[in-house]
Design a protein around this ligand. Structure first.
Ligand SMILES: Cc1cc2nc3c(=O)[nH]c(=O)nc-3n(C[C@H](O)[C@H](O)[C@H](O)COP(=O)(O)OP(=O)(O)OC[C@H]3O[C@@H](n4cnc5c(N)ncnc54)[C@H](O)[C@@H]3O)c2cc1C
Length: 202
């Protein structure tokens, strides 16, 4: 199934509860090729243009579409907005992977080496999960720790990130040169309004 809108995608998942959403397929195909996953059906998210951008919300928050690619988040306009997330996106695999791999896929995969995850945790970001019977908002940290995981049939649609307008950075160690997955990573953000410094380690 290749829905063209968010509503169509949510309806497709409701109609076929065993179907699995797929965005860039960089994690999903690895699991299929390794025999860890045999999806009964796929709901492709690639045609949903509304998920590929971002908007501002009152209260100093950026609302990012789950379909934003790592390559898009590495561009200067995005880097000026959320520098640590752009740092993470810049190092998330080779260019072929960053051109199609998405923010939503990185979060739902929740891999220990997921580069956006320490950043989103340190920034205290939250996600919107949509299903035919409604939506709910969950802090990224609750999703990652298993306190409130993504449920079957849910679509991750938006990622709400507080804009702190202060220094923030993401660093990772890979154990080799060139693009590679992190053996360890850290995000450090300053939050002047709350007189806080937050750190998350991957
Ligand atoms: C060679 C290679 C190198 C890599 N290097 C890195 C690296 O250095 N750092 C890093 O962080 N990652 C790396 N990755 C992993 C991968 O590229 C990222 O995790 C990427 O962000 C996944 O996004 P995707 O769109 O490809 O997800 P997909 O593979 O399409 O999906 C991944 C999972 O998320 C689910 N999903 C996707 N979108 C949604 C949604 N909107 N709602 C609900 N569920 C959804 C899918 O069902 C699936 O379970 C690498 C992958 C490869 C193949």
């Amino acid at each position: 199934m290749l829905p063209a809108s968010l509503d169509e995608a949510v309806d497709a998942l409701a109609a076929a509860p065993a179907a699995v959403p797929v965005a860039g397929a960089t994690d999903l195909m690895e699991a299929v090729n390794a025999g860890r996953l045999r999806p009964a059906a796929l709901v492709g998210l690639g045609r949903i243009t509304e998920l590929r951008g971002w908007r501002y919300e009152d209260g100093g928050t950026a609302v990012l579409g789950a379909g934003l690619t790592h390559a898009r988040m590495d561009r200067p306009d995005f880097a000026a907005l959320i520098p640590a997330l752009a740092d993470a996106a810049r190092t998330a695999g080779p260019p072929q992977v960053r051109n199609v791999g998405t923010l939503g896929g990185n979060i739902v995969s929740a891999a220990p080496a997921g580069d956006t995850l320490p950043v989103l945790t340190a920034l205290e970001a939250s996600v919107t999960l949509a299903r035919a019977d409604g939506t709910r908002e969950v802090p990224v940290s609750h999703l990652l720790t298993g306190l409130d995981p993504v449920r079957p049939g849910e679509l991750l649609t938006w990622v709400r990130v507080p804009l702190l307008h202060a220094p923030q950075v993401f660093l990772k160690a890979t154990g080799r040169s060139g693009p590679a997955r992190a053996t360890a990573s850290v995000a450090l953000v300053l939050d002047p309004a709350r007189r806080a410094v937050r750190c998350a380690v991957g």
